[in-house]
Design a protein around this ligand. Structure first.
Ligand code: SAM
Length: 227
């Protein structure tokens, strides 16, 4: 639902075709794949720092006319140099902005503004808690929900995130790219998710003054932003 919503908003906002879309922190390209299926006229550039996930994506989606993969580390200010174009109609990102420190994210939003077409749209789906309600009942609700979700993940038969990575590391064919991943990411892990209010303030400072939350389920939300 979240991928489809985000793509529909991008397509509705910007009438140009093909729609040139940048998927930041794409991982293996789940959103990029969905974009190719859903939007008949789209060109996607998928960017990530993890060489192993990029390779997984390359092997799963074979559409080099509409999808370009690029390696870049968004912690490095020069990441824009890795892009094949200087302007995009839509810049999207899913479940990724909580990997960055607040000042890194502010800089990334500023840099996105420089490559966003004048009528372009930024869409970010992530854990973006709305902390406007600071009452004790609201804090309890947030705490109980995250405990309940963690317990459900532990009970599920399916793999959790840790199980997925443990399996990947047991596969000898993945060893070289996973070693490269460890080199670039080190022990870096996701950060505490920034609240909605911090995202909106950073977007405004970056020059994206129209910001709207288009979807929310507890702390998971989608924000769109434009000039
Ligand atoms: C939870 S995954 C989400 C992947 C994908 N967007 C999705 O929704 O399926 C977070 C992604 O952010 C990427 N990432 C983390 N730090 C990054 C950085 N400094 N530069 C580029 N990508 C980064 C990770 O490699 C990973 O693919």
């Amino acid at each position: 639902v979240q991928f489809d919503l985000l793509l529909d908003y991008a397509a509705a906002w910007c009438p140009r075709r093909p729609l040139r879309l940048l998927d930041l922190c794409s991982g293996p390209g789940s959103l990029a794949r969905r974009a190719l299926e859903r939007l008949p006229s789209v060109e996607v550039v998928a960017v990530d720092v993890d060489p192993w996930l990029l390779e997984l994506g390359r092997r799963v989606v074979d559409d080099s006319t509409r999808l370009t993969w690029r390696w870049a580390d968004l912690r490095d200010e020069r990441w824009l140099q890795a892009l094949p174009h200087s302007e995009f109609d839509a810049v999207v990102s899913t479940t990724a902005t909580h990997w960055f420190e607040p000042e890194e994210l502010s800089r990334i939003y500023r840099q996105i503004t420089t490559i966003l077409a004048p009528d372009g749209l930024l869409a970010n789906a992530d854990v973006i808690p709305d902390e406007a309600n600071g009452s004790r009942t609201a804090r309890l609700a947030r705490e109980m929900l995250s405990r309940w979700q963690a317990a459900r993940i532990r009970r599920a038969d399916g793999k959790d995130w840790r199980g997925f990575w443990d399996d990947a590391r047991r596969e000898p064919a993945f060893a070289r790219l996973l070693a490269e991943r460890d080199k670039v990411l080190g022990f870096r892990r996701p950060r505490r998710a920034l609240p909605l209010q911090a995202h909106i303030a950073a977007l405004h400072r970056a020059g994206l003054r129209q910001t709207t939350e288009i979807w929310r389920f507890h702390a998971a939300a989608i924000l769109i932003a434009a000039r």
